[in-house]
Design a protein around this ligand. Structure first.
Ligand code: CMC
Length: 426
């Protein structure tokens, strides 16, 4: 006997069995309970209880605070892997062998350079333009340079354009940053790893060869691994939704960057620093907590749609702050963050709502210690999330069950009425 849900519609007395597969019923099975023209649909703003796809990439158990990529626990990847190896895992489903990894790294790194016109595009922005706007427009423009990317049903084309995007994202992010600070672009250095090269393109001055503390390179690598994917979050949903109309990886990723820019999603770490600065000192923490509880402000970097436990990424980032602060000195805002967390973990308001620190609570403190301005924080989320977006994009476009994303609505407007001439209206 297959699992099913027995349903009785008390409007009509109609009874039916809704098959349950993988813990879900099909919303379209509800259609059998329509009464004449009056349909029966599921209403779910924000997809609180709706699965939009099957995916074998990332697993989250929000109750237990578990995050896994292709079955590997995030803490093991953060400790032992590199970002490019993790990106390979997300895209291919398995960890690479040594020759596979060498070939993959070489292939990604060979795509680090940007078309000249993209540099002109970046120069066209005002000096104070937010780098996420530059990222969004430049990524969306990429398909004009690589028209083969529109050929999404060709495996080879999908692969090469995914490589291109992962290779180019750090260069684009660094160029957007250098434009904002009015410094000349630094071109990729083939001798450096993905993350080290990214730091060099961002911060290299007049010195002939950029060198930085290896602890900082490793911290960035860990942050990149933690941000690489997070199943069907807002930006991934945007990527999949735009892809479902038959779009190339660049157009789809451009939509993802737009979604990530929002303060409730990737923009939260920038908002955390702003919040910590506004609080300013430890003695003002209780006053701020009261404002949160009264609903006047939100505690940024707290709460999550899925995690109803400590976000496993936040735990790893909190540990990484120690290593970074050992290398560059402690960010004084850390004290305020620790005090907010201490109070919140004991306070009934947060405990009852199961609000814990999320990935953004401590990451901004590290980014600031690494000399990034707050406007770059979301960019530092977008660069590594590209691997996840691309894995999800490829999974979506090759999934025979996928259809163009087109939710229904419940119409609450006026019933049909006749047009009135301009001077006949009251
Ligand atoms: N501070 C204070 N109260 C909160 C917070 C918060 N950060 N988050 C949720 N709540 C309260 C909310 O007011 C509501 O209370 P009540 O039941 O009394 O109305 C309850 O908790 C449930 O909140 P919700 O808004 O219905 O939850 P959601 O799942 O729709 O929102 C969220 C999730 C992440 C948007 C939200 O927790 C939030 O706004 N957090 C702050 C922004 C933030 O840190 N975002 C980064 C998310 S993690 C990175 C990523 O994956 O994008």
């Amino acid at each position: 006997m297959t699992d099913s849900l027995s349903v009785r519609d008390n409007r009509t007395g109609a009874e039916g069995e809704l098959p349950i597969a993988d813990g879900a019923i099909r919303a379209t099975d509800l259609r059998q309970f329509a009464v004449g023209d009056e349909r029966l649909a599921a209403y779910d703003p924000g997809f609180m209880n709706t699965a939009a796809c099957r995916s074998s990439i990332t697993y989250i158990d929000g109750e237990k605070g578990i995050l896994e990529y292709r079955g590997y626990p995030i803490d093991q990847l953060a400790e032992k892997s590199t970002y490019l190896e993790t990106a390979y895992l997300l895209l291919h489903g398995e960890l690479p062998t040594p020759p596979q990894l060498a070939e993959w790294e070489q292939a990604v790194n060979s795509h680090r350079r940007l078309p000249d016109n993209v540099k002109t595009l970046i120069h066209g922005f005002r000096f104070d333009a937010h780098p996420m706007a530059m990222m969004m427009s430049a990524v969306a423009s990429f398909h004009t340079f690589y028209p083969d990317s529109r050929n999404i049903h060709d495996k080879e084309s999908r692969y090469v354009n995914i490589l291109r995007l992962i290779g180019k994202m750090p260069t684009l992010a660094a160029f957007a940053y250098r434009h904002a600070v009015g410094r000349p672009f630094v071109y990729p250095d083939d001798r450096l790893s993905y993350t080290e090269n990214f730091l060099a393109m961002l911060f290299q001055g007049s010195e002939p060869r950029y060198a930085t503390d290896p602890r900082l390179v490793r911290a960035l690598e860990v942050l990149f691994i933690l941000h690489a994917d997070h199943e069907q979050n807002c930006s991934t949903n945007a990527v999949r939704s735009v892809a479902s109309a038959g779009n190339d990886p660049y157009t789809s990723a451009g939509a993802g960057i737009g979604a990530l820019f929002g303060p409730l999603h990737g923009g939260a770490n920038e908002a955390v620093l702003k919040m910590l600065r506004e609080i300013g000192s430890l003695d003002r923490v209780p006053e701020f907590i009261e404002a949160v509880k009264a609903g006047r402000v939100r505690m940024m970097g707290f709460g999550h749609r899925v995690y109803k436990n400590y976000d496993p990424r936040a735990r790893i980032i909190k540990a990484t702050t120690r290593e970074v602060f050992d290398a560059v000195g402690v960010n004084p805002l850390l004290k305020i963050a620790l005090e907010l967390e201490r109070i919140a973990l004991e306070d009934e308001y947060f405990v009852k709502r199961r609000l814990y620190p999320n990935v953004d609570f401590y990451s901004g403190l590290i980014y600031e210690a690494l000399s990034f301005p707050p406007s770059m924080f979301t960019v530092l989320f977008a660069v590594p999330r590209t691997a996840g977006w691309m894995a999800q994009w490829a999974e979506g476009v090759t999934d025979p069950e996928q259809k163009i994303a087109r939710p229904m609505q419940i119409y609450t407007g006026k019933p049909t009425r006749d047009y009135e001439g301009l001077y006949d209206r009251n």
